[in-house]
Design a binder for this molecule. Sequence first.
Ligand SMILES: NC(=O)c1ccc[n+]([C@@H]2O[C@H](COP(=O)([O-])OP(=O)(O)OC[C@H]3O[C@@H](n4cnc5c(N)ncnc54)[C@H](O)[C@@H]3O)[C@@H](O)[C@H]2O)c1
Length: 458
Amino acid sequence: MMTKQILQMNPDELKSALSSGSVTICVIGIGRIGLPTALSFANSGLFTIGLDINSELVKNVNSGIYPLKDEPEYDKIFEKVILEKKFIATTNIEESVSKADVVLLSLPTPIDSNNIPDYSALCLVGSQLSEYLQEGSLVIVESTIEPGFVENELIQIIENSKNNLHVEKTFGIGVCPETANPGEIMVDFTKLPRLVAGINEKITELIYEIYHFVFPVELIKMPNCKTANAVKLTTNVFRDVNIAFVNELSIFFEKLGIDTFTVLEAAKSKYNFQVHYPGAGVGGPCLPVNSYQLLNSAKTLGDDSMLSIIKTSRKVNEHMPDHVIKLVQNVFSESNRDLSTATIMILGISYKPNVKDIQLTPAEPIIKKLRSLGVKVKIFDPFYKNKKVFDITVENDLFENLSECDGLVIVTNHTEFSSINLEMISSKMKFPIVIDSRGLIQKDDAKKAGLVFRGLGQ
Ligand SMILES: NC(=O)c1ccc[n+]([C@@H]2O[C@H](COP(=O)([O-])OP(=O)(O)OC[C@H]3O[C@@H](n4cnc5c(N)ncnc54)[C@H](O)[C@@H]3O)[C@@H](O)[C@H]2O)c1
């Protein structure tokens, strides 16, 4: 228990409070990002409460069941902090927030079916904070938000309470936008620089000290929250736009008979070229969402014509599943095979390699379209074995099921697929059509193995 409110401390006082372990943390939203974050705080000796509305997750965590199987290393920290009683999970917001000196928000910020950003979780929790926040505590938003969301919306929601909370006077607020990559959170939490910003300079300093105590990484102080959030969005939208560029090039190069991957490999030798790869589409909880967040900010400003490059990039990336379907249709037609009676195996459904995550995955529109064409779809993905996904039970073994398949489409390049035996695939399949949307297979290797092959961008 601290004798002085965190907001009243100077950075040196906060440093010693952190070192003595007397600062209590509450992380709201203990999902993909929030759980490793909470575990990092607990592992640095600070009592940490993980709050989530998912009661099954909370129950599992408190029973010692580590939920993020594809997030290595954190399982050990999880066991350690649970054993040391430095970390507990709860669904009770009143109990957890009223005990906390620092409240971190790691809540989802998805888009709805019309691609409009959905900040309802942050708004709901904001209104709950206004009831339960301890006076003098600090709120830090790690969720990815549009520039200005803290300044123009969240503060007002928290202040709009019977408790008469006032930013800078009775509570502090700031951001530390999360930039970690799913599947690599341990590496990113120990290597990636983080941005910190508060609603004023003093709060920026306090947030700096808190993160400096927990994470051994470079911390970059930003002039304000909106600039920090703009950086986060810029880095991800940069990727979305550049992937759209190579996706468009890859369709163009297919027509010219040029192999996109050979082009990219050589282009990498130029010092100022940063490589991005083409594929079946761009999914996940970040890249597509972040592009729509910036587009929403432009719309809010009343100028829909701004950021046209992002709009075009989204269109290009959202078209890629259709292009994969076109490759499938072409190769079936050239092989005189009837697609409407075919069985096709989808290899990989995660939105990116080596993670168990299908949020906005391009596999979904590809599967939907194939089914609408009459195709019987099978799935193999090591992260979803025997699970029902998109109404299909994922196979337990790839090779056992190939004898029924007259087509195989690689959608996700999980590392385990890179050593796949092409001869075996060719010999097991009913008809050996393979479509590779990720540049996993070289044309010559496919030919040698006897595959009827199409490679996106090849
Ligand atoms: N996953 C990523 O790759 C990644 C990377 C960087 C940043 N981010 C950002 O981090 C934020 C969190 O993303 P995530 O991937 O961890 O999401 P997630 O869906 O894995 O976790 C969010 C958690 O919040 C909980 N939750 C939802 N509403 C709640 C409420 N009202 N009260 C308490 N808990 C609630 C959910 O049950 C869930 O466990 C998002 O803004 C996301 O954009 C994500």
